[in-house]
Design a protein around this ligand. Structure first.
Ligand code: G
Ligand code: G
Ligand code: MN
Ligand code: NA
Length: 253
């Protein structure tokens, strides 16, 4: 069986799960949201990272099916949390192939309708390589999704090829500063310059900025002093199953 075949079986057998990683206000550590990250619970190998299987998913017929499953699972979870009195913004990741499959804006609208989720509690993280695709079509799709009230953020910002002019052209709601710049923040002046400029740029453009890969207090403090308001990283919590996330971060369900 090829990996693609195994993945199709895994989907049939319900072996995929979403883990949730907290996103917090850096100043007081309060929860603002969660990034949903897919895991494959393999019956023999245990949890398999998406870094191993998403590249195969993205070039296969499974791409759209997995995207739908991720959206549906995340929206249902976010709605359950919302109903329990916890407004948790849930961010999902969609690869360029997933963004281009079918009519995504229509799928999102149908899902919001079906679950009753408040649209602003859903975020979509996209990587800069989506901009390699038909610009007009992508722009149109982003607009339709945002008209629903769903937010779109650029993930891994700074690692791609995208020029700053795209920030003007695309109606984004925010940027996530890639962890590769955050790791070196305390020791590397180039990283500090890049992060500082990205925060400044985001503010000037009215975008939310989220720093990823925060692994210690000192990095969080430095980010606050640089004007970054939201962050995510092992220091605040690793990606974890929904039940663990609820126990650690949510009020009584
Ligand atoms: O969670 P982890 O660090 O192992 O994720 C590795 C990579 O897989 C990251 O780049 C992340 O964005 C991506 N990823 C995680 N979950 C999903 C998902 O549900 N869909 C897509 N398209 N990518 C994901
Ligand atoms: O590409 P993307 O930004 O979606 O990747 C998210 C992944 O980054 C998560 O799956 C998670 O495993 C990883 N991650 C999140 N926080 C940290 C961190 O503080 N340190 C490291 N090394 N990885 C992190
Ligand atoms: Mn992401
Ligand atoms: Na990233």
């Amino acid at each position: 069986l090829t990996l693609e075949g195994e993945l199709a079986l895994a989907a049939d057998r319900g072996e995929f799960e979403l883990f949730y990683q907290p996103q917090v206000h850096l100043i007081d550590g309060s929860l603002v949201g969660a990034e949903a990250l897919i895991r494959w619970r393999h019956p023999v190998r245990g949890y398999v990272s998406p870094a191993e299987f998403m590249p195969v998913v993205n070039t296969s017929a499974l791409s759209e099916r997995i995207a739908k499953w991720v959206m549906e699972t995340a929206c249902r979870q976010a709605r359950a949390w919302e109903l329990s009195g916890n407004d948790v913004r849930v961010a999902i990741n969609l690869s360029p192939s997933q963004l281009q499959s079918g009519d995504l804006a229509h799928s999102v609208a149908a899902l919001l309708d079906e679950t009753g989720l408040t649209p602003s509690l859903l975020e979509i993280e996209v990587t800069e390589d989506i901009l390699l695709h038909d610009e007009r079509r992508v722009l149109e799709m982003f607009k339709r999704i945002q008209e629903l009230g769903v937010r779109i953020l650029f993930d891994d910002f700074g690692t791609g090829y995208a020029s700053l002019s795209y920030l003007k052209k695309f109606p984004l709601d925010g940027l996530k500063i890639d962890r590769s710049f955050v790791f070196g923040l305390l020791s590397n002046s180039d990283d500090a310059a890049i992060v500082g400029s990205t925060i400044g740029l985001s503010k000037q453009l009215g975008l939310t900025v989220v720093a990823e890969g925060i692994e210690n207090r000192a990095t969080a403090d430095l980010l606050v002093s640089m004007g970054c308001e939201e962050g995510q990283g092992y220091f605040f919590g690793r990606p974890m199953p929904a039940e663990a996330f609820e126990k650690q971060f949510l009020a009584e369900l």
